[in-house]
Design a protein around this ligand. Structure first.
Ligand code: NIG
Ligand code: FE
Length: 387
């Protein structure tokens, strides 16, 4: 029998959405995996027989983290830029062009090795689903190959040709938008599920962002957006208007932005690794949650503004710095990420969901924030297979 029983679970986080407890916690539970899916969840004393058995010995079991925002296809290192920021330099997004130069010069195998290394690093920290963006190629060929490589690692690939205007188009931004909407989109779309734009002063304004995102929608890509990271702006409301699955960063919001999100299906994805690494004020998760907005947490893993692959680190930051309870942060890092990717097969441990889960070296989910920086991931199952 191709089945695996995880037995003696002290605290099982199901995210089943029932009974007023957002985490759907069950105590003294067991979970049966069959053919990569959750086949049964219930009290440990009623656990069915299975081909194999793992004794969780009272530990907490959670859905694997869903990291819905990462830029993993790149080359080079910007540690010196980080050091300069910690010595007082501001973050402007200008370093993106440095990574574009290094990425264009890298071989396919070098890029593939970097994505593989970061993907493995993420998995060791409990991430079982990751979204991967392009955005450091910024030419037709380099964006297409970034996405082709990303698609070797995930179903959730995002075309971010509109990350910044590359140097060779610096005085012709309209021409660059034409390139993104035309030949670049045509070359990228076969490998992409999503389209994204960095809508920010110094990157793309609302008109350019709308033009690019609607071209993407026309070829069947879902919309997500980098919005309101460095200052207030039109990104969040544009995302809501276009039915984006998620608007990401949301650091500088007006009351109108919060109201627009609250009346929509668009998830607000918060990326506290970026504020940590740019020494910026954190987004106010409490304000969003109190308004009824669906909040996700993600790493924004990239070589410039947030070079962390750790969802537990983001959970701890969100609790300590952004007004989230540990339960809200764990939900946002699992079910919230799934909502931001419009996925119902991950981010929960209910019958039929993918058996993507973590066994913690801790009795409850609280320890993820209570013991920051401690490697608490004991086991990871992806599609029911121990990794
Ligand atoms: O999400 N904001 C735009 N893009 C990335 C930063 C990329 C970089 O600095 O290389 C972000 O923070
Ligand atoms: Fe980003």
């Amino acid at each position: 029998m191709n089945s695996l029983l995880i037995d003696c679970i002290g605290e099982l986080v199901t995210n089943d959405g029932r009974g007023g407890d957002p985490l759907g916690v069950r105590r003294d539970a067991a979970l049966l995996v069959e053919d990569g899916r959750v086949a049964w969840v219930g009290p440990a004393r009623y656990a069915p027989a299975a081909g194999r058995r793992v004794d969780a010995a009272g530990a907490a079991v959670l859905p694997g983290f869903v990291d819905s925002h990462a830029h993993l296809v790149f080359a080079g290192d910007r540690a010196a830029e980080f050091a300069a920021r910690m010595a007082g330099e501001p973050y402007t997004g200008g370093g993106i062009r440095t990574t574009v130069g290094a990425t264009r010069a890298a071989s396919d195998d070098d890029l593939r090795a970097t994505v593989g290394r970061l993907r493995a690093e993420m998995r060791r920290q409990g991430t079982t689903t990751v979204e991967i963006k392009s955005g450091y190629g910024l030419s037709v060929a380099d964006e297409a190959r970034s996405l082709r490589i990303a698609a070797e690692f995930t179903e959730d690939t995002t075309f971010l040709g509109a990350h910044v205007v590359p140097a060779e188009y610096a005085d012709r931004p309209d021409d660059y938008v034409g390139l993104v909407c035309g030949p670049m989109l045509a070359a990228a779309a076969p490998y992409a599920r999503w389209i994204d734009v960095f809508c920010e002063r110094g990157a793309f304004d609302a008109d350019h962002a709308r033009a690019i995102l609607t071209c993407g929608q026309a070829v069947g890509l879902g919309v997500r957006l980098h919005a309101n990271q460095l200052g207030p702006g039109p990104g969040v409301r544009l995302g809501v208007e276009l039915g984006a699955a998620s608007v990401d960063h949301c650091t500088h919001l007006t009351d109108a932005d919060v109201a627009a999100l609250a009346g929509s299906e668009t998830v607000a994805t918060l990326l506290p690794g970026a504020e940590f690494s740019t020494r910026s004020p954190y987004p106010d998760a409490r304000r969003l949650l109190d308004a009824g907005v669906t909040v996700a947490l993600a790493t924004d893993c990239n070589p410039g503004s947030s070079y962390t692959s750790s969802m537990p680190f983001c959970v701890a930051l969100a609790v300590r710095e952004m007004g989230m309870t540990p339960a809200e942060a764990v939900w946002a890092a699992t079910a919230g990420g799934a909502a931001a990717l419009r996925r119902t097969d991950v981010g929960r441990l209910t019958v039929g969901a993918r058996a993507d889960l973590v066994v913690l070296d801790a009795p409850t989910h609280l320890h993820l924030a209570y013991r920051p920086g401690v490697p608490l991931i004991r086991h990871v199952l992806h599609n029911g297979v121990p990794r």
